[in-house]
Design a protein around this ligand. Structure first.
Ligand code: HEC
Ligand code: HEC
Ligand SMILES: [Cu+2]
Length: 485
């Protein structure tokens, strides 16, 4: 039997493969492609694109002149007989020409290039609207975004207003990454201990694709992100939403059970409540301490720095931009992150995965669903509530009781003497408190809330996470928990 791959079949096959490859490579040049550098989303990308086009046409002209001269010479002076051609040495005119011409070409490329580099390095211009400051931090394998002036932290999805320059301070916590949103600006490396800067403006609202562009390890290709450009009003709304508590969950609902499970298994790495007052500096401090904990024991640490989960229900994507943030994908991710993305430090370090030999989650599928429902339920509550995080009226005990729930103390402390959630039950705390340390009962409770790490109750770990609270709220909480008998 004849083999199907005859030489002529092979040629046909090669042609088809080449044609397919060429089509897909050329398709990437289409400005409509989500990561095309030719689909200019703003002036920085346009300037850089124009520079590329200029250099491209200069290169085309050089190519035609040089290749034309070669072809002309090869034909015109080809060997016709055995006569040795006239031998010449040096030609001053020609040599000057081929030194001067390329110098002009290189100058024509260098001048606009250097101007472009200076403009980019000078930082965002101040005469094109209020500059938005963002700090972008690369982690293996996700992006953290901090807004120092708005005191907002988020991950993998950077929100910006259109028409305003955005100044992005680029940093990295571990290895070198690179920040690249092709439609908005060229890529710049994110280097540990070295602050780089990039700025851009988005002209139209929309979602712009970003990608880490520096090989940083096994999940480098899955280290993506999005820039979400809003109208000015939409951006202000997003910022306000990020500072607003989520809609409250009914007690006993799947979401509320998920919240408790999240507090137990996930919260050591993921903050889910940076909407609180003073949460911004606390999160930066915690992210640093998670990082330090990991550095301390790279192999066995149960804590690593991780994406902030505040209002996670509003996220479009999950796993650093690689899958749609649907309930189905989220459940898959929680069950076995490897199913969606290889090599996450979440799976390599979280106790709840390390407890099992196959590194899948050590929880029932119902529990996983509850956690997913909790995370997807994290969306800003009524913006009107912004004005009312302060609970007024009533006795200190009554205010304390409401705070206990609205701050989420109840996610970790049960009101039943026999049930331990994450922390000890607080029943009878007022009687016990005075015997814990040399502090008075009240001072001990105050210290427990203000500085949980100062004294760790026997049999528990230092995992109590609470925002810094105003003194009056701490007083109300103490008044309330003292009544728990
Ligand atoms: C040891 C620290 C750690 C623990 C504990 C942990 N995670 Fe993670 N988590 C991470 C890291 C790191 C990432 C980023 C992974 C990546 O994209 O490479 C992540 C990513 C995620 C994401 C995707 C976030 C995004 O913005 O794309 C979700 C959802 C998530 N974790 C849920 C959970 C849940 C639910 C739990 C508890 C069952 C949990 N995590 C426990 C470290 C942790
Ligand atoms: C994320 C879980 C978590 C949250 C939320 C939390 N705690 Fe705790 N809490 C703990 C843990 C764990 C301990 C024991 C370890 C320690 O002493 O720090 C503890 C200890 C305490 C103690 C000392 C208990 C004792 O028996 O000595 C008090 C008082 C306390 N918490 C009050 C609060 C109050 C009030 C809030 C809300 C503002 C709160 N906690 C929120 C986990 C939490
Ligand atoms: Cu990277």
């Amino acid at each position: 039997m004849q083999h199907w791959l005859t030489p002529s079949n092979f040629n046909k096959l090669a042609l088809v493969v080449l044609a397919l490859a060429a089509t897909s490579i050329l398709a990437a040049c289409s400005p409509e492609h989500p990561q095309s550098t030719f689909g200019y989303g703003g002036p920085v990308a346009r300037d850089q694109g124009d520079l590329f086009i200029l250099i491209f046409w200069i290169a085309v002209a050089v190519f035609i002149v040089v290749e034309g001269a070669i072809i002309y010479a090869a034909i015109r002076y080809r060997r016709r007989d055995d006569k040795i051609p006239k031998q010449v040495h040096g030609n001053t005119k020609l040599e000057i020409t081929w030194t001067v011409l390329p110098s002009i070409v290189i100058a024509a490329i260098a001048v606009p290039t250097i101007i472009g580099i200076w403009e980019q390095q000078r930082g965002a211009p101040t005469d094109m609207g209020d500059v938005l400051e963002v700090e972008a931090i690369g982690h293996r394998w996700w992006f953290e975004f901090r807004y120092p002036n708005q005191e907002v932290v988020t991950a993998n999805e950077m929100h910006i207003p259109v028409g305003r320059p955005v100044n992005v301070q680029l940093a990295s916590q571990d290895v070198i990454h690179s920040f690249w949103v092709p439609k908005l600006a060229g890529k710049i490396d994110m280097v540990p201990l070295n602050d780089n800067l990039l700025w851009f403006i988005a002209e139209e609202p929309g979602v712009y694709d970003g990608q880490c562009a520096e090989f940083c390890g096994i999940a480098h290709a899955h280290m993506r992100f999005r820039v979400i450009a809003h109208t000015e009003e939409g951006f202000q709304q997003w910022v306000a939403g990020m500072r607003t508590p989520p809609v409250a969950f009914e007690s006993g609902s799947p979401e509320q059970q998920g919240q408790t499970l999240f507090a137990t298994h996930c919260k050591t790495c993921h903050t889910d409540d940076s909407w609180r007052q003073d949460a911004y500096s606390l999160e930066i401090q915690q992210q640093d301490s998670r990082w330090a904990t990991w550095l301390d024991d790279i192999e066995n640490s149960r804590i690593v720095s991780a994406p902030n989960m505040t209002h996670y229900g509003d996220r479009l994507f999950l796993g650093a931009g690689i899958k749609e943030n649907s309930r189905e994908n989220l459940i898959k991710w929680i069950n076995d992150p490897n199913d969606i993305k290889i090599g996450t430090s979440m799976q390599a370090h979280a106790a709840v995965y390390q407890e099992r030999d196959d590194n899948k989650i050590n929880l029932s599928s119902q529990e996983v669903e509850n956690i997913a429902d909790y995370l997807l339920g994290l969306v800003p509550g009524d913006i009107e509530q912004l004005a009312a995080p302060q609970i007024t009226g009533g006795t200190p005990e009554e205010r304390g009781e409401q705070l206990f729930v609205s701050i989420g103390c109840n996610a970790c402390h049960s009101l039943d003497a026999d049930t331990t959630i994450v922390g000890p039950s607080l029943i009878g705390i007022a009687d016990r408190a005075g015997t814990r340390t040399s502090l008075s009962a009240e001072d001990y409770m105050r210290q427990s809330i203000n500085d949980p790490a100062a004294f760790i109750v026997d049999g528990f770990t230092n995992s109590m996470v609470v925002p810094k609270l105003p003194a009056s709220q701490v007083d109300d909480l103490i008044a309330y928990i003292s009544t728990l008998k």
